[in-house]
Write a protein that binds this ligand. Structure first.
Ligand code: DAH
Length: 337
C-alpha cells in the first residue's frame, strides 16, 4: 500500500498545477481533498496495511495529504489575486442612486434689489455708475454746496479717515450724491442720465431701522429744459415698477443743499395691509451752485437728482422688520429671498 501513496500525491499535484480558474480548482479539490476525495480516501487503505507498516503508512499518507493541501491553498491564493472573488465584483458605486442636491447660494436681497433698480432705471434710459466709498471733502461736501459750517460735516456724524479740520479730509462717504459730482466732472458736455448704487456710512446706533452702513441709489439727469415734471414722472414710473401699478407718489417740500427746490419723496403702496405712505428719500432740481462747481453753465443746463435708501425699499417690499437681519449673515434669513 505504501507505494501507492506517492503516485496519488503526484497525480493530485499535477491536477492542481494544471487548473486555470477557481471553478476547475474546486473540482480538483472535491476529487482529491473532499471528504470523499482520493487523498482523504487514502486513509481508508490503512486497514489493508500490514501491522508493522501501519505507522509508516500513516505518517506518509499524512505528509502526502499535507503537501496536496498546501499546493491547493497556494493555487487558490494565486488564482484569487488574478481573479477577484464574486463578492468583490459587485458594483461599488450605485450610479442609479439619486445624488444629493448641491446647496446653491443666492444673491443677497440687497444685491437683488440693486439689480432690480438698475433694470427699472435702465428701461428709462439711465446708465449705472459706481463711485469710491472713500471720498474726499470736495466730492462729499464742497461741490455739493455743503459749506464748511454745515452740520452734515460734523465729525460725530461722519467716519473721517483723516483730520476733519485738516487741509484735505477724507472720509467714508455719507451719501451717494458724491457720484453726481464725479460723473459731471468726467462729462464735459451733458446730457447725463445716470443712477449710482452703493454703500454709504454714518455713525448710528444700530436698531431696527438704523445701521452705520447702508445702501443708496442716486439718480441724476442733466439736460436742457429739465423740469420738475420730468422728476415727478420718473419717480412715479419707478414707484409703479417697484411697488405695483397702484403705487402713488407725493413730493413734500424739504431742503437739501444741492437741490433747489428740494422735496422728500413719499410713496403710497399697498402691500396687503391697506395703503400707506412711506418716505423713501430726497430729490429736487439740481442747484445752480452745483453746476458751477463742475463747470457747467447754470443758464444753459438744468437737471434733477434724487437719492433713495435701498434698505428701506427692500424692507418695505419684502416685509423685513429689522435692518440688522440684512447684515447678520444668518442663512435661515438669507434663504427666504
Ligand atoms: N444725499 C441725500 C441723503 O443722503 C439724499 C438726496 C436728497 C439725494 C436729494 C439727492 C437729492 O440726489 O436730490 O440724505
Amino acid at each position: 500500500m505504501l507505494e501507492k501513496i506517492e503516485p496519488l500525491k503526484e497525480e493530485a499535484l499535477a491536477a492542481i498545477s494544471a487548473v486555470a480558474d477557481s471553478d476547475a480548482l474546486e473540482q480538483v479539490r472535491i476529487k482529491y481533498l473532499g471528504s470523499k476525495g482520493a487523498v482523504k480516501g487514502m486513509m481508508g487503505w490503512i486497514k489493508d496495511v500490514p501491522k508493522e507498516q501501519k505507522r509508516d503508512f500513516g505518517q506518509q499518507a499524512n505528509a502526502a495529504q499535507k503537501t496536496v493541501q498546501e499546493a491547493f491553498e497556494a493555487k487558490k491564493g494565486s488564482l484569487g489575486s488574478a481573479k477577484p472573488q464574486a463578492s468583490s465584483l459587485k458594483p461599488q458605486l450605485d450610479i442609479t442612486e439619486p445624488a444629493t442636491a448641491p446647496v446653491l447660494g443666492r444673491r443677497h436681497i440687497i444685491s437683488q434689489t440693486i439689480d432690480e433698480l438698475i433694470e427699472v432705471f435702465a428701461r428709462m434710459g439711465f446708465d449705472h455708475h459706481e463711485g469710491p466709498e472713500v471720498e474726499d471733502d470736495r466730492h462729499n461736501f464742497i461741490a455739493l454746496n455743503i459749506p464748511q459750517t454745515h452740520p452734515a460735516r460734523d465729525p460725530l456724524d461722519n467716519f473721517y479717515l483723516s483730520d476733519p479740520f485738516g487741509p484735505s479730509p477724507t472720509l467714508l462717504r455719507s451719501q451717494t450724491s458724491t457720484v453726481q459730482i464725479r460723473v459731471m466732472e468726467k462729462t464735459p458736455q451733458p446730457p447725463i442720465r445716470i443712477i449710482s448704487t452703493g454703500r454709504v456710512y454714518r455713525p448710528d446706533e444700530h436698531d431696527a431701522t438704523h445701521y452705520s452702513m447702508f445702501h443708496q441709489v442716486e439718480g441724476l439727469y442733466v439736460d436742457k429744459k429739465v423740469s420738475m415734471v420730468d422728476l415727478k414722472t420718473t419717480l412715479y414710473q419707478f414707484a409703479r415698477a417697484m411697488f405695483g401699478q397702484d403705487a402713488e407718489i407725493d413730493l413734500v417740500p424739504s431742503y437739501f443743499p444741492f437741490t433747489e427746490p428740494s422735496a422728500e419723496l413719499y410713496v403710497k403702496m399697498d402691500l396687503g395691509k391697506g395703503p400707506e405712505w412711506m418716505e423713501i428719500g430726497g430729490c429736487g432740481m439740481v442747484d445752480p451752485a452745483v453746476f458751477e462747481q463742475v463747470g457747467y453753465d447754470p443758464e444753459e443746463w438744468t437737471g434733477f437728482a434724487f437719492g433713495l435708501g435701498i434698505e428701506r425699499l427692500a424692507m418695505r417690499k419684502h416685509a423685513i422688520k429689522d435692518i440688522r437681519w440684512l447684515f447678520e449673515n444668518d442663512v435661515r434669513f438669507l434663504r427666504k429671498f
